[in-house]
Design a protein around this ligand. Structure first.
Ligand SMILES: Nc1ncnc2c1ncn2[C@@H]1O[C@H](COP(=O)(O)OP(=O)(O)OP(=O)(O)O)[C@@H](O)[C@H]1O
Ligand SMILES: [Mg+2]
Length: 263
């Protein structure tokens, strides 16, 4: 088996042992193969972020087993878990979570600093990553000087800093307009197809979910449906791009002036 993520009967409870104990995830079992791009969809409050936090080792499950790239997370020491978070996983959030007082380049350097990589190497790699997300001309900008889409591209570059095997993205396009969301989604496709990153994407967009290899539907803390989408993936990507460019043509003046303003 080459599952990089293997969850078995994962239960997550909050307020364990207290009168208000809450079971949020009910025996979730899920395997993700290396290089797969899967999406998780479901109503608000269904447990998507709770599941993502478990997969990202930000939180431990109450019971069940989680094997991440061959490591039994339940058996691991806290220091080993923070290494895993730093080395194996890149996180992307809806609200970007960049450090506001420091520029784009330094934000990308940060995970490498924690990993003990020396400065010259850090700067070199951070610059390459800025180029990868087409933000090379914004290295010295503070987050507040960037648009939402630009901030998210910096956040994706930061997620890639230590060349993680897995990228976990919780509603990465949720705060962006559809055109900008399209650019961010294309970036995920690029990281998946060119860099073989395993990607788990939480989204409320059925269109975007339809562009991934597998769509996992969650309701009330249970997986209620898994749709294998590989056959339709490429078709959906190109259809969605066409839809986007058709809807953009009717706005061409506004877009031109926005682009002009950015330069
Ligand atoms: N730290 C916590 N303590 C107590 N309850 C929590 C905690 N985190 C999440 N929950 C509860 O777990 C349930 C699932 O929350 P979660 O954030 O996983 O939903 P979601 O599917 O990501 O929703 P959304 O689409 O709105 O982001 C909610 O009822 C929430 O109140
Ligand atoms: Mg959520």
């Amino acid at each position: 088996m080459s599952s990089i993520i293997k969850l078995e009967n994962i239960v997550k409870k909050f307020y364990v042992g207290q009168p208000n104990e809450l079971e949020i995830l009910h025996k979730i079992s899920l395997e993700v193969e290396e290089g797969e791009f899967v999406s998780i969809v479901g109503p608000s409050g269904s447990g998507k972020s709770t599941l993502m936090n478990t997969i990202g080792v930000l939180d431990r499950p109450t019971s069940g087993t989680y094997i991440l790239d061959g490591i039994d997370v339940g058996e691991a020491e806290e220091s080993e878990l923070s290494n895993i978070r730093n080395q194996k996983i890149g996180f992307v959030f809806q609200t970007y979570n960049l450090i506001s007082k420091t520029n784009a380049l330094k934000n990308i350097e940060l995970p490498m600093l924690y990993a003990g990589i020396e400065r010259t190497e850090r700067v070199k790699r951070a610059k390459e990553l800025l180029e990868l997300v087409e933000m090379g001309d914004r290295a010295k900008h503070l987050p507040e000087e960037l648009s939402g889409g630009q901030k998210q591209r910096v956040a994706i570059a930061r997620a890639m800093a230590n060349d993680p095997a897995i990228i976990l993205a919780d509603e990465p396009t949720g705060a962006l307009d559809s055109k900008t969301g399209r650019l961010v989604m294309d970036l995920f496709h690029k990281l998946n197809s060119e860099k073989n990153k395993t990607i788990v994407l939480i989204t409320h967009s059925n269109e975007l979910a339809g562009e991934t290899d597998r769509i996992i539907s969650i309701r009330d803390g249970k997986i209620i449906n898994v749709k294998n989408n590989l056959r339709y993936k490429e078709k959906n990507i190109s259809r969605n791009r066409e839809l986007m460019s058709a809807s953009n043509e009717s706005n061409i003046e506004i877009e031109n002036s926005e682009e002009g303003g950015e330069k």
